[in-house]
Ligand binder design. Structure first.
Ligand SMILES: [Ca+2]
Length: 344
């Protein structure tokens, strides 16, 4: 177990890393951010998420820790209103430090595909992973769900229950095409595959993420980790499930994956949360990270699952293309992953 002291220490380093990045940006460094910064933020962010989760659980506020499940508050109605960026991109006066710039690329190019989804500088791997898993299982659903209104705005229709056991109702969230940029011509948060320029980038994923942020109360509200099942539920309008792998037999976990893939239900998996990081060293897998489960296969008596890192790169196998998509032996999957997220 991580100690609260250690977690609190790591949490403060989120601010420290953010401060370094801001200072470098203020000094005109180009690029202001590099892969190392993002890595340090992710590491610090995981610890702070765990810290807030632990304190919330111990004080009986678990619901707060994992986010609002069935909130009834209607989202803001102004399509031009930007969801607040994550806290590290807000100045002392509460103003965003990132410019919001209009993007005008096509909403869809060749339909919705998992490779269209890349996580940006926001700790919302579970949102990116859910979006990619839906693109894999039910691409047509995303094309129906995300509408181009033809006037520079887009409407994403989420599903929400008024209360436990109540029917799901539609919650349309309308946003415009402005996205926060971390550096010129590059979105700070959700980003699509190439091309990524303002006039060319395929927009469905960044727009989905922006609308989801608005639906939940801002980028900061979705950027400290969470469960993919909540995103899946908000899109499919069916109860989400999070199965802890350790509570089930290997066969049951295998069947959970097989059934979801066969029934075209999107499914995501999360790596372990604990601080036993040794199994991840040089594994190409990230601890406390969400992955899309894209497929399964049995070959020569060995079971495999096909996974995708929502970064769109960084994978354990040298399969020739570092696009984040890889096959993992099911035995290794069971060892390093802790949960499976899908919907009924
Ligand atoms: Ca596409």
């Amino acid at each position: 177990m991580i100690t609260e002291t250690a977690a609190a220490g790591d949490a403060s380093s989120v601010a420290a890393v953010g401060e370094q990045m801001r200072a470098r940006a203020a000094a005109g460094a180009r690029p202001a951010f590099d892969r190392g910064d993002v890595e340090r933020l992710r590491v610090a962010d995981r610890a702070s998420t765990l810290s807030s989760w632990m304190s919330a659980v111990t004080s009986g506020r678990a619901e707060h820790a994992i986010g609002s499940l069935t909130g009834t508050q209607d989202p803001p109605g102004d399509p031009a209103a930007m969801p607040a960026p994550s806290a590290r991109y807000v100045d002392a006066a509460g103003q965003p430090t990132l410019p919001a710039v209009a993007y005008r690329g096509p909403l869809f190019r060749d339909g919705a595909r998992p490779e269209d989804v890349r996580q940006g500088y926001l700790g919302d791997c579970y949102v990116a992973t859910a979006a990619a898993s839906i693109a894999q299982a039910q691409p047509g659903l995303l094309e129906r769900l995300i509408k181009d209104n033809g006037d520079g705005t887009y409407t994403v229709t989420f599903k929400q229950q008024a209360g436990w056991g109540e029917p799901y109702r539609d919650v349309p969230v309308t946003v415009d095409g402005k996205l926060y940029e971390a550096k010129s011509d590059r979105p700070a948060f959700g980003i699509s595959g190439e091309p990524t320029s303002r006039d060319q980038m395929e927009l469905w994923w960044p727009i989905f993420e922006k609308a989801y942020a608005k639906f939940r109360g801002g980028y900061d509200a979705i950027g400290s980790g969470g469960d993919a099942k909540h995103v899946l539920e908000s899109v499919l309008g069916r109860p989400g499930n999070k199965d802890l792998i350790s509570l089930h037999s290997r066969d049951t976990n295998w069947q959970t994956i097989r059934r979801a893939i066969d029934e075209r239900r999107p499914i995501c998996a999360g790596t372990t949360w604990d601080t036993l990081l040794a199994p991840f060293t040089n594994s190409g897998l990230r601890p406390q990270h969400a992955y899309s489960v894209l497929g399964y296969q049995e070959r020569d008596g060995e079971k495999y699952v096909q996974l995708r890192n929502p970064w769109g790169n960084f994978e354990p196998t040298a399969d020739g293309v570092d696009d984040g998509v890889f096959w993992l032996k099911f035995d290794d999957f069971i060892d390093r992953f802790q949960d499976l997220n899908t919907v009924d």
